[in-house]
Design a protein around this ligand. Structure first.
Ligand SMILES: [Zn+2]
Length: 269
């Protein structure tokens, strides 16, 4: 089992080992650790470097932090994505719910990250909230980027919009929430090879831990609920989601993206 999205850098440094041990005991063999910006970017790179492959990381600026992503930080991101264990750019996206950065900054910084991802041939981890049309427009402006729309909330039609663009879909513990019908619908709609599971720790703890601090071990509960709604054997779902994760994050695509070219083989599907 793999937790494809957990903010391990937000846990106190002296608790991370125990958190990962509990995950290991629950059967979790890898945890992808995304950055959100200035406060955790160094910590995720350090976690990736020390993790011996169990804690690959993503580097980038969350839409909340977009305004802080100036030229100096951009050079920093460009350098840090070359670090050992860094497998993706993220998490990046648009969040018009909180609007913690002006929307124009969010769009500009997302476009910059997507361009970098295409240039380097790296996958992205995408966050979106109440920004659906602008989110789709941003993706279409930089076609051919591989990635995952994490903690997906848009239902079955939204899943189609993502998979049409060659993207994966991440389902979080919200799938266990009583009001999570749209997420259960999405969890049913994702094609097997495109589905990832995640906790989004320390947020969004699944039932029965709701309201408490989430942690990667609880991805087991996400797996159980997604298996139930898809009516598949949990062991089969585990194999499918593990290999989807490996395909997206741990294998370089067969095509090398040429700088300055608009389309890749992936984008033409
Ligand atoms: Zn996140």
């Amino acid at each position: 089992m793999i937790d494809s999205h957990a903010h391990l850098a937000m846990f106190p440094a002296d608790e991370r080992r125990a958190v990962l041990d509990r995950a290991g005991e629950a059967g979790v063999r890898a945890v992808l650790v995304p950055a959100t910006g200035r406060d955790d970017i160094d910590a995720v790179v350090e976690i990736a470097g020390l993790g011996e492959g169990r804690t690959p990381a993503a580097v980038g600026f969350h839409p909340h932090e977009a305004s802080a992503c100036d030229t100096v930080w951009k050079r920093c991101v460009e350098r840090l994505i070359e670090s050992p264990g860094v497998v993706a750019i993220g998490e990046i996206g648009l969040d018009y719910h909180y609007d913690l950065s002006p929307r124009e900054d969010q769009r500009r910084v997302l476009a910059w990250h997507l361009g970098l991802a295409r240039e380097r041939g790296m996958p992205v981890i995408l966050h979106h909230r109440e920004a659906w049309q602008d989110f789709l427009a941003a993706l279409d402006a930089v076609p051919g980027v591989r990635g995952v729309a994490h903690s997906f909330t848009e239902g079955a039609d939204g899943v189609d919009e993502m998979t049409r663009r060659g993207l994966f879909v991440g389902i979080s513990g919200m799938v266990t929430f009583p009001k999570g019908d749209n997420i259960r619908e999405a969890a049913r709609a994702v094609p097997a090879g495109r589905l990832l599971l995640e906790t989004d720790s320390p947020y969004l703890a699944p039932v029965p831990h709701r309201g408490k601090r989430n942690e990667p071990a609880f991805v087991k509960l996400v797996l159980a609920e997604v298996a139930r709604v898809r009516e598949v054997d949990p062991a089969q779902l585990e194999r499918e989601t593990d290999s989807a994760f490996e395909e997206l994050f741990l294998s370089r695509p067969p095509h090398v993206v040429e700088e300055g070219r608009g389309e890749t083989a992936e984008g033409k599907r």
